[in-house]
Ligand binder design. Structure first.
Ligand code: MG
Length: 172
């Protein structure tokens, strides 16, 4: 595996772990707001980010690359409102999408087809991530001045199934 690709994949592992930290921090924020369903949704989202990091971690090892775990900065701990938190999720996922797109371009430029294929899983995943976050952002914005609506949405988000902590299959 070329050093350029190895470095870029390690940086993406780091970006996925930062996403894990960010959504875990949002889970704690929603807990302090007594919105337990929102907190559960964010905690599940954090678990999904952990599994994304591990998918790339496993791939680096499979390809004989070195894993270099980089330091993770503290995420923000507070948001001005539930919709502000979800707006931050949308912005963050667009940022991650841009990073994945750059990685695909790099893998293609370096003729690293195996890496391109693994990254295609992430390309599809990001479409879903941005779409879900954007829908929730708008729904939260619609209801957040209405306690009844907010509690209804909280109960809905509480139903999100847990995700596996093992790296998702596919694209390999
Ligand atoms: Mg991710």
């Amino acid at each position: 595996m070329k050093t350029k690709i190895e470095t870029a994949l390690n940086e993406q592992v780091h970006a996925e772990f930062f996403s894990f930290y960010l959504y875990l921090s949002m889970a704690a924020y929603f807990k302090t707001q007594h919105l337990d369903g929102f907190a559960h949704w964010m905690r599940t989202q954090a678990q999904e980010e952990y599994s994304h990091a591990m998918k790339l971690f496993d791939y680096l090892i499979d390809r004989g690359g070195d894993v270099n775990l980089l330091g993770i900065d503290s995420p923000p701990a507070n948001w001005s409102s539930p919709s502000a938190a979800f707006e931050a999720v949308v912005k963050h996922e667009i940022h991650i999408t841009n990073r994945i797109d750059e990685l695909v371009s790099l893998a293609n430029a370096e003729n690293d087809h195996a890496t391109s294929v693994v990254l295609h899983w992430f390309v599809n995943e990001q479409v879903e991530e941005v779409s879900i976050a954007d829908t929730l952002f708008h729904q939260v914005k619609m209801v957040e001045d209405n306690p009844h609506g907010l509690l209804m949405l909280d109960r809905e988000l509480a139903q999100r199934p847990d995700v596996s902590l093992t790296a998702p299959a596919g694209g390999e």
